[in-house]
Design a binder for this molecule. Sequence first.
Ligand code: HEM
Ligand SMILES: *[C@@H]1O[C@H](CO)[C@@H](O)[C@H](O)[C@H]1NC(C)=O
Ligand SMILES: *[C@@H]1O[C@H](CO)[C@@H](O)[C@H](O)[C@H]1NC(C)=O
Ligand SMILES: *[C@@H]1O[C@H](CO)[C@@H](O)[C@H](O)[C@H]1NC(C)=O
Ligand SMILES: *[C@@H]1O[C@H](CO)[C@@H](O)[C@H](O)[C@H]1NC(C)=O
Length: 267
Amino acid sequence: MSKWLSLAALVLASRLSFPVVAYTWPDPAYDVLHEFLWKDLTFFLATPGVCEPLGTDGTSPSIHAQWLRTAYHDMATFNNGSGGLDGSLFYELDRAENVGLSLKATIQSVFNQQLGKYLSFPDVIAAGAVVAVQQCGGPTLPFKAGRVMAAGPGPSGVPIPTDSLAQNIASFQQQGFNQTEMIGLVACGHTLGGVTNVDFPNIFSGGNTTNPISPFDGSRNFDNQIATNFIDGTIIDPLANGPAISDSDARIFSSDGNATIERPVPR
Ligand code: HEM
Ligand SMILES: *[C@@H]1O[C@H](CO)[C@@H](O)[C@H](O)[C@H]1NC(C)=O
Ligand SMILES: *[C@@H]1O[C@H](CO)[C@@H](O)[C@H](O)[C@H]1NC(C)=O
Ligand SMILES: *[C@@H]1O[C@H](CO)[C@@H](O)[C@H](O)[C@H]1NC(C)=O
Ligand SMILES: *[C@@H]1O[C@H](CO)[C@@H](O)[C@H](O)[C@H]1NC(C)=O
């Protein structure tokens, strides 16, 4: 299920609006970025232990899951060269499709503190996705900076669990992903975190519904457990094991006869 190339596409899915020039050293912009991304000094990387395998208790949120969802919600409304990972989520937090304190908190109290001369809001959001995946045991996704912050809200249309499969396929097409990539991207997103019950009170899960969060799978890491659980019938993902109308993960994962979700992890 190692569809991380789709994730890479997510992080890269944004038009750079200035010409990219060859790297020269020293370059203060790159130095800031490297320090920000890979040195264990900043708050960004020092966020403690959120991906440790704490089990399925569903009582503590995964900060890194929140960061990855934030990047996806900013990017998901990409359409024909506009929108995308442009920070417009900052202006869109009151939309129903962006429900959840996790997006608000990430944007308004975490990422907003990381901005700087060389780091735009959308660069921080993209970096957040890179750091989240990597810190949770996933691959190191390629990262480039240079995104320009949106001047205002962009189009709406982030997928919601009650969308039909046809709507999902059309939406991901617009985002730049075909059906195979959609399956990989959703599975790689939903290997982290879960559904916060106050945000989606009608979505029950096979997990413990008395808890604030119903995890997508039994591990906090970036791994293929959501896929193996789906295949072997032990899935606790509330979007694959809840009311049929909101079982978007199940619809998506099985949409190609399970070919992608069953594909072995490439070595
Ligand atoms: C059809 C597409 C999708 C639907 C319908 C969907 C739906 C949802 C829902 C309902 C939640 C729970 C949010 C909450 O409780 O507030 C969620 C969480 C999440 N989603 Fe998606 N999602 C989709 C695609 C994606 C993609 C492509 C990614 C990333 C690549 C992603 C990343 C996440 C993450 C990381 C969480 C966990 C957040 C947390 O635990 O705080 N999702 N998604
Ligand atoms: C996409 O954007 C280009 C350039 O802005 C425009 O010429 C074209 O008509 C657009 N295509 C669609 C389908 O909207
Ligand atoms: C999607 O594109 C990938 C290559 O990028 C290809 O391997 C795959 O077969 C395509 N899937 C569909 C449904 O077209
Ligand atoms: C659900 O979680 C709560 C709080 O963590 C716990 O008290 C309860 O026993 C759990 N129920 C089940 C069925 O696991
Ligand atoms: C795909 O997997 C799911 C979960 O195991 C199963 O319910 C479904 O029947 C499978 N679909 C196909 C076409 O094999």
